[in-house]
Design a protein around this ligand. Sequence first.
Ligand code: SAM
Length: 284
Amino acid sequence: MTEHHPRKRFGQNFLHDPSVIHRILNAIAVQPNQHLVEIGPGQGALTDGLSALADRLDAIEIDRDLIGPLTRRFGSDNDLDLDPSAEAAIASAGQGSGFRIHNVDALTFDLCSLQSPPSESKLRLVGNLPYNISTPLLFRFLEQADCIEDMHLMLQKEVVDRIVAAPGTRVYGRLSVMVQSYCSAERLFTVAPGAFRPAPKVSSAVVRLRPHRPLPYPIVDPIWHAQIVAAAFGQRRKTLRNSLSNLMTADQMAAVGTDPGTRAERLSIADFASLANASTACIG
Ligand code: SAM
């Protein structure tokens, strides 16, 4: 196999520490009949264990140069535009392994389209994510939470700190509110840079997200709610009266029990849902 040179633009830091791979697979605890989706299989560090355990596994990889090696190693049940040696490997491995690879961008790919039939059990998402686009990827997954059972994601440690942060803490912000509005979030363990090749400059952590069903604090208009949260934290040193002045009045804030003189970092997940619902209702 020709050597693959890790590409910075695709955030390629490949896991090579077997104990970390083992811990991640243990945390996921794949059961029979589950449908897993791996984001960014890379050179297959996690794919190896996942494909052995899962009845169905879809892998989403943007780097075309990795598709041939992945297919030669694991086969693929779907049609790919591949070089002849990879085609031959698929033919000899035979179809029906339950593994499919998709050479697409996870930022735009419709994950819910993988559920077939749509009544099938929800998807379990797994990924050692490219850190340069981890926040937009997380937002994309939240949009598709309806067809996701849970997610086990490796992220930069600081991003996990922000995801699980409680109100009133330094790192509580837009990401904390957006993720916790839609999911329960549990930090599992941290991973040192040496577990990857090349080693990143930062530490990593694995987080488990489980979409809430139903939402504990229902949100009437998710787009409006996202706008309120973004505006409130866009100017986090300002009071809500000022940071939200273009979106709602101080009276609307007071009507749902929020002091307009307070700052975004003091508001809970429930407070943000109430603020958004109150002002949505008024506009409508
Ligand atoms: N899972 C592998 C591992 O643990 O060694 C690779 C992890 S590496 C941090 C991130 C992977 O995501 C790379 O394989 C990269 O090519 C892929 N990737 C980057 N951007 C992507 C995107 N927008 N859509 C799908 N895959 C992407």
